[in-house]
Design a protein around this ligand. Structure first.
Ligand SMILES: O=C(O)CCC(=O)C(=O)O
Length: 302
C-alpha cells in the first residue's frame, strides 16, 4: 500500500442515502439487502486480495485446504479491503442508520471451504448477536450500538452454500426463539446472496452462518461500524503510517480522533464526516439522534 493516498467520499455517496422505505424495512426486519453493492471489477479485486491473504494465513497458521480461515482487521493488508471502509453503495446507509459519529470497529474476512474437504476448524453454526461482552453485560432491552455490512464475494444461493441465516425482526428479542433450531420452523430466513450483494444488519439480529456442503469455497467480508465512543474490536489504533495516507473522513472511520475528549464529545475536527454531510445536505438534513425524538417522561413519585 506504500505511496498510495486514500480518498474516501465523492458526490456519488449522496446517491446512496437510505430511503424512507429502506429505513422502515431495516427497523422492522433488522437487516437490509443491497443488491449489486460491488461492481464486478471491485469484486474481482477483492477476490484476488482474499486469495492472497488466505494463502498467507493458511501457511502462517498451518491450516489445511478444508479449514475455515477467519482473519480480523483485514483493511491493513490490501488497498482493495481499505476501499470498502467508505464504500459508496453501502456506507451512506450506515451513517443514515447510526449517524455521523461512527467508526469501523471490525473488518473480518471469512473463507469457508466445502466441509467435504475435511476441514478441522469449521465451527458449528451458532445463533448469536454480535459484539461479545456487550451482549452479556448490557441491560435489557439492549440498544443497537453497531451494524455490520456483509459483502458476498461468492454465490450463496442454495441450501448448501453456507448462506447466512437470520431471524427477521429478532433484533428486538433478548433471546432467540426456542423453536429456532427446529428444521420445520419457518421463522428463519436463509439470506441467499448473489456475488457482489451486501447485507447490512443490526448487531442484535440473531444470526448464524449456514453449512457449506457444496463444492464451492464461500468467501465473505464483514465490516462493522459502531459509535466512536466504543472501542474497536479488532484494533486499538490504526498504524500512523496508514492514517497519514488517508483523507480526514477516512481517518475518522479508521478510529482516529483529533481531540482528547472527542470520542465522547466530538469537536468538528474529530468528525469531518459531519461537516462533509452538512455542506451537502444542510444541517437540517443531518441524522437526528434518538434524544431529539419526543421523550417518555417519568412521573415523579410523591
Ligand atoms: O459467516 C457468516 O455467515 C456469519 C458471520 C457472523 O456471524 C458475524 O459476522 O457475526
Amino acid at each position: 500500500m506504500e505511496g498510495q493516498f486514500f480518498e474516501s467520499l465523492t458526490e456519488a455517496h449522496l446517491r446512496h442515502a437510505l430511503t424512507p422505505r429502506e429505513l422502515a424495512a431495516f427497523q422492522r426486519d433488522g437487516y437490509l439487502v443491497v443488491p449489486g453493492a460491488l461492481d464486478e471489477a471491485t469484486r474481482f479485486r477483492l477476490l484476488e486480495a482474499t486469495d492472497r491473504l488466505d494463502g498467507r494465513e493458511r501457511q502462517r497458521l498451518e491450516l489445511g485446504r478444508g479449514d475455515m480461515m477467519s482473519r480480523f482487521s483485514v483493511i491493513r493488508f490490501d488497498p482493495a479491503f481499505l476501499e470498502l471502509v467508505a464504500w459508496a453503495p453501502t456506507v451512506p446507509k450506515v451513517w443514515d442508520i447510526l449517524g455521523w459519529n461512527i467508526q469501523l470497529y471490525i473488518s473480518h474476512l471469512v473463507v469457508y471451504p466445502p466441509e467435504t474437504w475435511g476441514g478441522q476448524q469449521c465451527r458449528a453454526p451458532v445463533w448469536h448477536q454480535d459484539s461479545g461482552r456487550p451482549v452479556l453485560e448490557l441491560e435489557r432491552p439492549a440498544p443497537r450500538l453497531s451494524v455490520k455490512v456483509a459483502y458476498w464475494l461468492t454465490d450463496t444461493h442454495g441450501p448448501d452454500r453456507g448462506a447466512m441465516e437470520v431471524i427477521p425482526g429478532s433484533h428486538r428479542l433478548d433471546a432467540p426463539p426456542p423453536e429456532c433450531d427446529d428444521p420445520d420452523w419457518d421463522g428463519r430466513l436463509l439470506l441467499e446472496a448473489s456475488p457482489g450483494d451486501a447485507v447490512i444488519f443490526d448487531r442484535r439480529i440473531w444470526h448464524r452462518h449456514g453449512r457449506n456442503s457444496s463444492d464451492v469455497v464461500r468467501k465473505a467480508l464483514f465490516f462493522g461500524y459502531s459509535y466512536r465512543w466504543l472501542r474497536a474490536l479488532d484494533y486499538t489504533a490504526m498504524p500512523e503510517a496508514l492514517l497519514e495516507r488517508c483523507d480526514p473522513v477516512l481517518r475518522q472511520l479508521l478510529g482516529d480522533g483529533a481531540t482528547e475528549v472527542g470520542w465522547y464529545q466530538p469537536q468538528p475536527e474529530d468528525v469531518p464526516l459531519r461537516a462533509w454531510l452538512a455542506a451537502r445536505i444542510g444541517e437540517e438534513g443531518l441524522w437526528q439522534p434518538p434524544s431529539s425524538q419526543p421523550q417518555q417522561r417519568l412521573t415523579p413519585r410523591e
